[in-house]
Design a protein around this ligand. Structure first.
Ligand code: PNW
Length: 507
């Protein structure tokens, strides 16, 4: 159809039903909709007949070896909390404490993934992704935190890993996604004691021994920043403590020490070639707008605002700024510990959601300032999730520059959405698609400019127990009906499947 030609009314009608300018067959093929049960049903007749003008647009491609994945975590999906000898975790206790979870739910049942893992691996395969990041529940492996391992707990992960490999999906295991054995919290105060750091290393070594014949990629801690501040500082997450600053800083030191000890244990006990690193929700800094001065300021801020966690892991030292700022509340540490904490990683995982800090250059010390964010700044269904696609460009770019990181994975990125099931049984999560297409475009920009991001794990495979928000906030590309446990692909599943299949964003 040439421009300006009036279309017959019938064609206009048909085209209105069609998404964009594709024929139904082209569209279904491209998006893999039929495999996901989302294929359009209206017939298409006329709009493929005339020759289209050459399209000058090109999609934004990712490199050939770019890894596409998706992610979940144990307590958020497994359920089966009292099965096969699993011990209690601090999240069991916390979720069962009245007033802690917004919708008064727990992870007792969650997605019943413990029993439905085969179906769930099928969902991953249907997305066309070849990489899956899951977490191992420490209290399934060591119900008491330390001591005798529980073989039945390990067996679950053996079954899961075998199923993934059988379907051609590479497993990436996270060792700690917040479900600390309650026994360790009770005995030594959890991360308030370096006994927990040592117990974590023992657990890491045991997993490395048992799983690295098949699991080649291990993430130590997920979002140390989050579980420390929210769990030990502000009383919002498990274990619900509000420690004074000095004690919080000491707990943070124990956590990074746990990371370093775990890296060493994995190197000692794992198969040669096992790759290991942290998965951190870096304090993500974005220049207020792009000038060389603001970019330089954001670089300095990235280093200082992450000095207590990712910084010390990558530099083997706390920055002078961090020690000065902490003053008498600074953590106590030895030179030996710093060396352990800085054990070399094979990669760094970054969880990227909201831009946390907008930074501008400043004439005053330290040369940068954090700008106040206006109340009107747009956010997604989760109020904390400000929409700032440029953060997935700047955070890896600045981190790679500041710490000379050679391999970065985006270990989480995604959004919640209201996700109503419509009368036709489908979920049209267009806000999630809006979010993902904008973030992925910025990620592609970073990769194309040489920022060393090698892969992307979408959070999350399916709706799950969203911590203090219970089941109210849905992050999945598969919808879960928590009554029936039925999984249904949302429109965003078709979107992601298409991005993965074409290894590109846009057309
Ligand atoms: C991450 N914030 O948490 C976690 O790793 C996941 O388990 C979680 O389900 C997911 O993101 C979505 O929330 C975060 O307030 C929670 O900035 C909150 C924040 C960041 C990360």
């Amino acid at each position: 159809m040439t421009a300006g030609t009036r279309k017959p009314a019938a064609t206009q009608l048909t085209e209105k039903k069609m998404p964009g300018k594709f024929s139904r067959r082209q569209f279904a093929k491209l998006a893999g909709l039929s495999a996901l049960g989302l294929a359009a049903t209206s017939a298409d007749a006329a709009n493929t007949k005339s020759k289209p003008a050459a399209d000058p647009h090109v999609p934004a491609r990712f490199p050939k070896d770019f890894l596409w994945g998706t992610a979940t975590s144990a307590y958020q999906i497994e359920g089966a909390v009292n099965e096969d000898g699993r011990g209690r975790s601090i999240w069991d206790t916390f979720a069962h404490t009245p007033g802690k979870i917004e919708d008064k739910t727990t992870g007792d049942r969650a997605n019943e993934h413990y029993h439905r893992y085969k179906e769930d691996v099928g969902l991953i395969r249907d997305l066309g992704v070849k990489h899956y990041r899951f977490s191992i529940a420490w209290p399934r492996i060591f119900p008491d935190g330390t001591g005798k391992p529980n073989p039945k707990g390990l067996d679950f992960y053996n079954r899961l890993v075998d199923e993934l490999l059988a379907k051609g999906i590479e497993p990436y295991a996270t060792l700690y996604h917040w479900d600390l054995p309650q026994a360790l919290q009770d005995r030594v105060g959890g991360w308030q004691s370096s006994d927990t750091s040592k117990a974590f290393a023992d657990y890491a070594g045991y997993i490395a021994e048992r799983l690295t014949d098949r699991v080649k990629y291990i993430f130590t801690l997920n979002e140390a920043g989050r579980f420390l501040n929210f769990g030990y500082g502000w009383g919002i997450d498990a274990p619900g403590l509000k420690l004074p600053t000095a004690e919080l800083n000491q707990a943070r030191h124990n956590v990074v020490l746990g990371h370093g000890l775990a890296v060493q244990a994995i190197r000692a006990k794992g198969r040669a070639g096992t790759k290991v690193g942290p998965a951190e929700n870096i304090a993500a800094c974005v220049p207020a707008f792009d000038t060389p001065e603001n970019v330089r300021a954001a670089e300095m801020a990235t280093r200082e605002l992450n000095a207590g966690l990712l910084g010390v892991m990558l530099e083997s030292k706390y920055t002078d700024g961090f020690l000065e700022y902490s003053g008498k509340d600074a953590p106590k540490f030895t030179a030996d510990e710093l060396k352990i904490i800085g054990s070399p990683n094979d990669f760094v995982g970054l969880n990227i959601y909201a831009p946390q800090f907008y930074i501008a250059a400043s004439d005053k010390k330290p040369g940068w300032s954090v700008l106040p964010i206006p109340h009107s700044f747009p956010h997604m269904n989760s109020e904390w999730l400000r929409v700032g696609p440029e953060v997935i460009y700047w955070a890896p770019r600045l981190a790679a520059k500041v710490w000379n990181i050679k391999t970065i994975y985006i270990t989480e990125n995604g959004t919640s959405s209201e996700d109503k099931v419509h009368a036709d049984g489908k979920i049209y999560d267009l806000d999630r698609i809006m979010y993902l297409r904008n973030y992925l475009r910025q990620l592609q920009r970073a990769v194309a400019e040489g920022v060393p991001v090698r892969g992307y794990f979408l959070w999350s495979l399916m709706d799950n127990f969203e911590w203090i928000f219970g089941y109210e906030k849905r992050f999945g590309v598969y919808h879960v009906d928590f009554e029936t446990q039925r999984r249904t692909p949302k429109l965003s599943a078709a979107f992601y499947r298409d991005v993965v299949a074409r290894n590109a964003i846009g057309v």
